[in-house]
Design a binder for this molecule. Sequence first.
Ligand code: HOZ
Length: 429
Amino acid sequence: MNSAKSEKLFEEAKKFIPGGVNSPVRAFKSVGGTPRFISSGKGSKMFDVDGNEFIDYIGSWGPHLFGHNPQFIKEALLDAIEKGTSFGAPTEIEIEMAKIITQIVPSVEMIRMVNSGTEATMSAIRAARGFTGKEKIIKFEGCYHGHGDFFLIKAGSGALTFGVPTSPGVTKGNAADTLVADFNDINSVKKLIEQNKGQIASVIIEAVVGNMGTVRSDNNFIKQLRELCDEEKIVLIFDEVMTGFRLAPGGAQEILGIKPDLSTFGKIIGGGLPVGAYGGKKEIMEMVSPSGPVYQAGTLSGNPLAMSAGLASLKYLKNNPDLYKTLEDNSAYLEKGIKEGIKSAGKNFQFNRVGSMMTLFFTEEPVIDFNSAIKSDTKLYGKYFHEMLNRGIYLPPAQFEAMFISTAHSKSDLDKTIQANAESIKAIL
Ligand code: HOZ
C-alpha cells in the first residue's frame, strides 16, 4: 500500500506539532509505522492522501454513529453556517438541545454544554465537589476521563498506551485527591471510602469502558456502586462520552438500568464537531454558575454549528430507534465472523463487545478489568493492525481502545473485514 504522501506530511508535521499529531494515539506510536493523513470520509469509508480507501472502525473515535458526513448532518450544518458561526450570546437551539437530551436520558434533568469530553468531566467533578463540600474523588484504574490533571492518575487510553498512566506535570496535590479503585471490584471502592470517611465527593466511572479497550461493568458491581454512593452521599458520575447515545439512546445507564447523579457526554452529541456536556440532577446542576457558585464558562460553549450537527444527530436517533437493533445485529455478525477467524487459527483471543463498541484483545484470558486488559500482547496487536490496514481496514492504532460500527457499515463491509481478519490472524501467528 502506497503511503509516500502520508510519510512526507508526517515528517513535515513533526517539525511544527508535538509528535506530528494533535492527539497522541493518532501517531501510530504503539503500532509502529506512519499515520495515514486522511483527505476525506464518506459513509463507512475514509480516504487518505495517497488515494487509499479504508473501511473505518474508529469513526473519529466515536462521534460518527451514522458514518462519515451523512447528508442530514451536512444539511443542518450548511443551514447553520448561513446564519453565523458563533455569537457568545444565548440561542434558541441550545434550549432544543438541552430538552432533547433530558428527554432521551431520564437521569439528566439539567445540562450544560461545553466543548470537549475533557471539559465535561472536569466540570462535572467541580460541580460534585461544590455540591458536597468534599474534595476527594475515586476513579477506576484504566478508565480515562480526558486529560484533566486529576484524571491522569492510572488512566487508560493514550496515557496507558504510551506507558504514562500517571502523567508528569500533574501536581502531588492533584494526585493526592484522586483515589484509584479496581474496576469491577466493589471491595476496593468500599476500602477507599472507609479509609477516607466523609471526604469523597464523587465516584466517576466509564460504566462500559472504552479506554482500556471495551470492558463492561458487572451488573452486581454497578448496582452495589450505586447503593454505596447513596449511602455515603457521594455523587456518582457516569462518563458517557463514548457510550452516550451509542449503546442505546440512553447510553450505558440505559442498558445497565442504573441512574447516575451526573453524566458526561461528548462525541455523538456534536455530530462530529467539538462538543461536550455534563448534566444530571437539578439540585446539583443548579450549583453551576450563574444559578449557583460553582464557576464554569466557555466562549464557544453551545456553539451554533456544534449544536446544529448534534441536534440533527439526536433527532435522527430519537426518530429511528430501530437503528440500535440494526447496529446490534451487524455488530453481532462481525463478532461472530472475527471469532471464527481466530478459532480457526487455533487461538482464543478475547473479543469484548457491548452493542456497536468492541475490542479484540490479544490475550486468551477473559478481560474484565485493567489487570486482565494489560495481559494483551500489544506487539502482536501492532502486527495485526498493520495487516488489517494493508487490507483496507482501519482499526484503532492502539490495543487499549474500542472500535466502533456505524449505521453506514454495510454487509459487504463486514464481510470484507471478516475475511481480512482471518487472513491477518494467520499472517501474524
Ligand atoms: N482519546 C481518544 C481515544 N480514546 C483519542 C482521540 C483522538 O486521538 O482523536
